[in-house]
Design a protein around this ligand. Structure first.
Ligand SMILES: Cc1cc2nc3c(=O)[nH]c(=O)nc-3n(C[C@H](O)[C@H](O)[C@H](O)COP(=O)(O)OP(=O)(O)OC[C@H]3O[C@@H](n4cnc5c(N)ncnc54)[C@H](O)[C@@H]3O)c2cc1C
Length: 413
């Protein structure tokens, strides 16, 4: 079956694919855009499963793409949520050094935040205690980011998808791409829910954007792009604060992170609905969609991942051993509790109750250099653009990131 095709074909209806469609329409309302999503609902992966924190732009070195888009993107997403009546918790964020050795990290973050245009300041112990009475700072100092907000991510993407459909974007759910015919600029795809699984549809495009999140490397490899890179899935498990516990958190509480690895560490996040989550972990997942137990385990991927981890351990590049010691085993509750107690010492086992929320980070790894990639990576190919490593803060930065993707792509609009 041959379809009429469209100017732009986007693979993946996560926040990156949806905001890209939004910005393409802003630039050219006449473009025909189709988004293909293999799941039956949107938000089944990272964009519906993250902390919902709209980051202020504190962490990133000023030369990075993350720094370039985070502050602007956060402002635009906040404004957009307000216009759409999506609830935003304007609660700010405190970053605290859990040990004395981490205290100089506050000054690095202060400088980076200021260079990136974020509002940040160092606060003293009294100010810290008034913001987070149960929090711990090893030196009494902390970093305060008043502009950090929290949203419910699923509400954001559902609203955005609905608006795009009203503006004529076709969002096709439950459709999976089987083959890419790069020269002919067409894909062969199959309806996942089709009773007749032989029904294959060919779909033409002028330009394809690969926004496939955890699968983006596999899609890119079909175009001969990003062959040195592979996505390693890191699982983020959350716990919920027991509503019966006596703790009250009115702001986000984050540790000073290990700036050598792309994970921010276990944090405390209040949500607009009044719940408080603790997490996420950053433990190796044994499949890109292995959210629970043995579900969707990919044995070959897991073996490769173990090999990559072993090599990282031996080489200890980017202080990998510190990550392994401090974060790799956080999936076990007592170990997780110990991490959380570095922020909130009085926290006890009974204060943490299981949360159904779990996400998987699509973390890019360069097999040649043996390094985890910290920044976003955008690769342009023949009539196609590939968004690799759309890790945090891609949700926050999405509108500004979409503009950057369009600017760097060979698409003529
Ligand atoms: C635990 C966790 C916490 C996070 N916290 C934050 C935070 O607080 N703030 C923040 O800014 N960011 C956060 N992030 C990062 C943020 O969630 C991601 O950067 C963002 O959601 C990436 O969006 P995406 O569209 O690239 O990916 P996704 O949301 O994963 O979307 C990709 C989509 O592509 C689809 N797809 C894949 N392959 C195919 C195919 N072949 N055919 C059709 N469809 C396909 C998938 O089904 C999926 O729906 C967090 C991430 C995690 C995992």
């Amino acid at each position: 079956m041959k379809n009429e095709g469209s100017d732009v074909l986007i693979i993946g209806a996560g926040m990156v694919g949806l905001s890209l469609a939004h910005q393409l329409l802003e630039k050219n309302p006449n473009l025909s855009i189709t988004i293909i999503e293999k799941e039956f609902q949107i938000g089944k992966h990272s964009s519906g499963r993250n902390s919902g924190v709209l980051h202020a732009g504190v962490y990133y070195e000023p030369s990075t793409l993350k720094a370039r888009v985070c502050v602007d993107g956060a402002k635009r997403l906040k404004d957009w949520c307000q216009e759409q009546n999506i609830e935003i918790l304007k609660c700010g964020k405190v970053i605290t050094p859990q040990t004395k050795e981490l205290d100089p990290g506050l000054d690095i973050l202060l400088k980076r935040g200021q260079q990136n245009g974020a509002v940040v300041s160092i606060i003293n112990n009294d100010e810290f205690k008034s913001l987070v009475p149960d929090g711990f700072s090893s030196t009494g100092r902390a970093l305060w980011s008043p502009g950090t907000c929290v949203v419910k991510p699923i509400k954001v993407i559902q609203k955005l998808a609905g608006l795009l459909e009203k503006r004529g974007v076709k969002i096709r759910l439950g459709v999976k791409v089987l083959e890419f015919n790069v020269k002919a600029r067409s894909v062969s795809m199959i309806e996942v829910n089709s009773a007749n699984s032989n029904v294959v549809e060919t779909y033409d495009y002028n330009h394809l954007f690969n926004c496939a999140g955890c699968q983006a490397d596999r899609v890119a490899h079909n175009f001969g792009i990003g062959k040195d890179f592979i996505i390693l899935p890191f699982k983020g498990i959350y716990w919920k604060l027991n509503p019966e516990s006596n703790f009250k958190f009115k702001t986000n509480l984050y540790p000073v992170p290990d700036l050598n690895v792309p994970f921010l560490g276990v944090h405390v996040t209040p949500a607009p609905d009044g719940t408080v989550s603790l997490g996420p972990t950053a433990i190796p997942a044994w499949g890109r969609e292995n959210y629970k137990g043995l579900e969707k385990i990919e044995p070959m991927m897991a073996i490769g991942f173990l090999g990559d981890i072993a090599r990282q351990w031996v080489a200890n590049k980017n202080g990998f051993r510190r990550y392994a010691r401090e974060q790799a085993f956080n999936g076990i509750k007592p170990i997780f509790l110990k991490s959380a107690q570095e922020l909130v010492p009085k926290l006890r086992d009974r204060d943490l109750i299981p949360s159904e929320k779990v996400g998987i980070r699509a973390q890019l790894f360069n097999r040649k250099s043996g390094k985890l990639i910290q920044d976003f990576l955008l690769e342009d190919g023949e009539s196609s653009t590939h968004i690799l490593n759309a890790i945090s803060p891609a949700f926050t930065a999405s509108f500004a990131l979409a503009d950057l993707i369009i600017e760097k792509s060979s698409l003529n609009i």
